[in-house]
Design a protein around this ligand. Structure first.
Ligand SMILES: [Zn+2]
Length: 163
């Protein structure tokens, strides 16, 4: 999708969720598995090579599939490590996908912030747009938090739109 076109071809697709009142009838999310699960990682504090202690998973809401209207969830498996030298516990780096403790990928946050900051949509409209065109549900208050946080940490470089 071109960045300069907000109301692109998606605008003319029929909404597969139109008229659906029961959440059970919504299209099933497509689950994408991602792994940041390593046997060893260097300690971020002292550089020591650290073995894996535990494996966790977290779920991230990603931008969905515009063509078949399915939401997209990332099931991220990651390792936790403990440094035997300095005692630090840390997780394998997954900051390329999402901010720590976030439930949404950087892609979702960047899109939401762009809708508000560059396209001037009110939060409620941005929330609706994300659902309608990207099949990801983000409450407007969450979007507000992202915008107020600047979106700087998670967004790509600021892009100007040509008019
Ligand atoms: Zn260490």
């Amino acid at each position: 999708m071109e960045d300069s076109v907000m109301f692109g071809p998606g605008e003319y697709l029929p909404d597969p969720t139109e008229g659906i009142t029961d959440p059970k009838d919504l299209p099933k999310p497509k689950i994408i598995e991602r792994s940041r699960n390593f046997a060893h990682r260097p300690c971020p504090r002292c550089g020591e090579r650290c073995g894996r202690k535990k494996v966790f998973t977290r779920k991230l809401h990603d931008l969905g599939d515009l063509v078949n209207g399915r939401p997209r969830e990332i099931l991220l498996t990651y390792s936790q490590h403990r440094c035997s030298t300095c005692g630090k516990y840390f997780n394998a780096d997954m900051s390329d996908l999402a901010a720590p403790k976030a439930h949404y990928t950087h892609r979702v946050v960047a899109m939401a912030v762009r809708l508000v900051v560059e396209d001037g949509l009110p939060y409620e409209a941005a929330s609706w747009h994300l659902w309608r065109d990207h099949r990801v549900f983000a409450p407007w208050a969450t979007i507000q938090n992202w915008v107020e946080a600047g979106g700087k940490k998670s967004g790509p470089a600021h892009r100007k739109r040509l008019r």
